[in-house]
Design a protein around this ligand. Sequence first.
Ligand code: PEP
Length: 253
Amino acid sequence: MRQPLVMGNWKMNGRRSMVESLLKVVMADIGELSGVEVAVCPPYPYVGLVMDRLAAHSTVVCGAQDVSAYADGAYTGEVSAEMARDVGCRFAIIGHSERRTLFGETDAVVAQKFARSLAADLTPVLCVGETSAERDAGRTQEVVLRQLSAVFKECGSGAFERAVVAYEPVWAIGTGRAASPEEAQAVHRFIRDVITRQNAPAAGRLRILYGGSVKAQNARELFGQDDIDGGLIGGASLVGADFVSICRAAGIG
Ligand code: PEP
């Protein structure tokens, strides 16, 4: 039995006041929720504030939106996985499509970040998914396989023993057009099958999140699929009541 996980990716949004009010809602309403692990991923400048406010709260943890592919050293502007762990992050989103497309992260760089996270005792959340053109060309499985293979190449067959995968079709992110539960389930099944071929016990335990226009209205049906173990939530994680509804849906999905 895999414990559902719901993660909020705030992206580059927020100010101190937003962080305070959002967390107030989330912490008040998630208190009674059992069986679901919840993480919020603020921009780095607010990680300290989030850690401070979450201190008395056992259900919600903090995650990083990205880490450097390098260890500590002369890399101006970067934040190492060790630093993210040191300030209290438990998860690190790795290879989000915005990082891949806007900042040119290759599969190899993403795999290095994944390895750095594991070494720093941060749980990497590897984002995979196809663009709309790749989907239209029937290349979804090929793309996802390539993205997973880069991580196996860097980290070996044990790569996903302590990790999370997020299937995030690029065409569904921030568009209001989520994959249908059946479409998402088919890709999640494919991901689990690929990982099973390398490491069956790890694949059985692996949490595979769906991300891409998850809302309070569609969360329950998505999370009800056999291989969908929760969600990575962008826009809806910035609205406290919506995020809480999505977390609840993961508990009953
Ligand atoms: C994301 O940023 O990872 C994401 C899934 O965004 P949204 O929920 O807004 O589609």
